[in-house]
Design a protein around this ligand. Structure first.
Ligand code: 13P
Ligand code: SF4
Length: 328
């Protein structure tokens, strides 16, 4: 039964302020055999209590192999959906059901179904940042970690629709020499960077490298020294000799970068106005308090129909199968 108090946030407000939430969460996690999966864009505290921290591909792979009875997904809705699709018989909890995604929202299923009919003979490759309904309309799912390899695994003359991120799609087109038809969607966080401010910052830090997520606009990517998924950016920052990096992605990743390379300097790439920042407002809806409540009451639970799970699963499994083949 859905808890009305939980819906209105009353339970959070009732938490005893003297509770050590780190300890409480650990206790509940063990007692209930729950695993906490967290994306790199979560707050530092959440990353520190997670059993596994990763990018979208790593999280899907981890969800596929977990033996836990409950999965608590500290990320956004489409990520928790993916975990549920891969584990229909497990309980999947999401600390805040409103943790959506502007990129997923930019691709409504009715419009996308029409777009598909306008492009017959095309295979549909869809970025994992989309709803389960969009996944049912897709042939293969990809993430920023495997998109290039997945596109390259298809023959050169195969016509492809790529959705929903036009920036990632344009980057893959450039990298692979393809001419995929792109859906006109984008992520509000990665579109916010100001090229002008980045250029000025680079002048002030001549030795810094610009590292960027492929969801950024082409003008930013053109200036980047390295482009990759959150995991790839993290690994690059660890392994490269450079001591200073300007990071063009969501700020949450800086926590792991700084932890892995305490002597290096990480500067978040500046946004194009002074009031907005490159924090994802959806990712940042999750808090330790909400995680505690979710584990305690086993709510909010992500529920999906069997039909939706069945139809959305095929393109996700295809992605996981291809990723394993590529050694990713
Ligand atoms: P990755 O996790 O693939 O790096 O994608 C970033 C992102 O925007 C997740 O919402
Ligand atoms: Fe969606 Fe962008 Fe937030 Fe990722 S960072 S969840 S793509 S809005």
């Amino acid at each position: 039964m859905y808890n009305k108090e939980l819906e209105k946030g009353y339970l959070e407000k009732k938490i005893d302020p003297s509770l050590d939430l780190f300890e409480e969460i650990k206790y509940l996690q063990q007692k209930k055999n729950a695993v906490i999966l967290a994306h790199y864009y979560q707050d530092a505290d959440i990353q520190d209590i997670a059993d596994y921290i990763g990018d979208s591909l790593g999280l899907a792979q981890e969800a596929q192999k977990t033996n836990a009875e409950i999965i608590l997904f500290a990320g956004v809705h489409f990520m928790a959906e993916t975990a549920k699709i891969l584990n229909p018989n497990k309980k999947v909890l999401i600390p805040d059901l409103n943790a959506g995604c502007s990129l997923a929202d930019s691709c409504p299923s009715v419009k996308f179904a029409k777009f598909k009919t306008e492009h017959p003979d095309h295979i549909v490759i869809t970025y994992i940042n989309c709803t389960a309904e969009i996944k049912t309309l897709s042939d293969i799912i990809c993430t920023s970690s495997n998109a290039v390899q997945i596109v390259e695994s298809l023959s050169k003359d195969q016509k492809i629709i790529f959705a929903p991120d036009k920036n990632l799609g344009a980057y893959i087109n450039k990298k692979t020499g393809r001419n995929m038809v792109l859906w006109d969607g984008a992520c509000m966080v990665h579109e916010i960077f100001s090229l002008e401010k980045i250029v000025k910052l680079k002048l002030q830090h001549p030795n810094a490298q610009l590292i960027a997520h492929p969801e950024c606009e082409e003008v930013v990517l053109e200036k980047a020294d390295f482009i990759g998924s959150t995991t790839a950016l993290l690994n690059y920052s660890k392994n490269n000799n450079c001591n200073e990096f300007i990071v063009a992605t969501e700020t949450g990743i800086l926590h792991q970068m700084q932890k892995s390379s305490p002597d290096k300097t990480f500067i978040p790439a500046p946004p194009n106005n002074s009031c907005a920042c490159n924090d994802c407002p959806y990712m940042k809806l999750n808090t330790l308090e909400k995680i505690y409540i979710a584990l305690k009451y086993e709510q909010p639970e992500l529920l999906m129909s069997e039909e939706l799970i069945k139809n959305a699963k095929k393109p996700i499994l295809k992605m996981l199968e291809l990723s394993a083949k590529f050694g990713l």
